[in-house]
Design a protein around this ligand. Sequence first.
Ligand code: SF4
Ligand code: SF4
Length: 370
Amino acid sequence: MSRIFKQKEVIIKPKLFCPDSPPTKIVYNQNEPAKIILENNEVVWGSCLNCPDTPCLKYQEDELKNDAFPLFPQDNTLNVCPTEAITLDADSGSPTIDPSRCIACGICVSRCPSGAIYFKEQVVPPFSLSGKREETVAIVNTESNKYIREIEHDNQHDILNKLDSNKKLLKSLPREGAFVQETDELFRNIYSKITNISVDAQFPNLLTRNLLIQTGISCSIRRKGDVNLRMDAVLGPPGTSSGVLEVELAPIGILDSPRNMLDNIAVLHSRYNTDTKNLTPLIVSMSLPNSRTEYYRVINDINNVLNIKINTLTIGAFFIFVWNNVLLNFNKSSFYVDSEQLSIRDYVIKELGREINLSEGFYSILETEK
Ligand code: SF4
Ligand code: SF4
């Protein structure tokens, strides 16, 4: 059973954000909650509204729907946080984050309508003998502001309507800025934490699914232990008409991914009658494989013989997209790498509209190591 649902009963007292002047946008920055900018130029810190549906903790079932593959036997886990770092505090009804489990993916931050969750450098246990360790992790701002009101007595129907329209208004606001600035040091910590954290076997697929959903692509992952299905997941609108996913976070396993992808495409075509011409094949790994491996030659061969272009993206690239509120559209963008094209840096720059602050070859997140 997940940590989220193991807790004692929590009484949530939802709140409304009711400023005097209409909100116009939300601006993110690291080390402080998001700023909500009002039409009269007043600035208000984003703060927790104790949402009854806790979008920072769990997806609604319809958010896991995939119109391209409605019958795919998917894992329906609703968990937002892939490491179960975020839970509800039974006394306050607000979420709380265990910094020792937070890998700074930004998924919960991107789902909070009021910008209450932000990244901050914090001292994180366990402390080493050489001193305290500081890491960038997510934290929830629960400090109220003058425009946050507890809901007064009302009938249940009116309460739900008010909460719904308040959330819709906040979600519709344009979002600017980044949750955190990417740096070599930040990724060194994150990649080390992902490698060492104790997680469920479904972690790679769950992390990738949630990163895809937050970047605008429906993703259905196969159930844990389902040996009848070969593919890790299938993808759907709005970010692609349809797609298939291989997730391989281990450095050795990634080398088999192009061949596995070919297998997946054949299965989708022959058993599910999928139109493979418009299918987005995507491999997600921690790092791009070394340039001397077979990986790129197999991708070349598949493209030359079958005219199928396999996309490759790294977990690090996805983190950068989520931190910057980027929505992907595979119908317009390509992340194709092969033996002639050993970098995804330009593709990522195109999506972000700016340069990336990551050294060349660093952990092979954007290009293969020299
Ligand atoms: S942190 Fe954000 S999403 Fe979570 S309950 Fe508070 S306001 Fe809602
Ligand atoms: S940033 Fe990611 S790992 Fe950290 S609490 Fe949020 S969802 Fe969990």
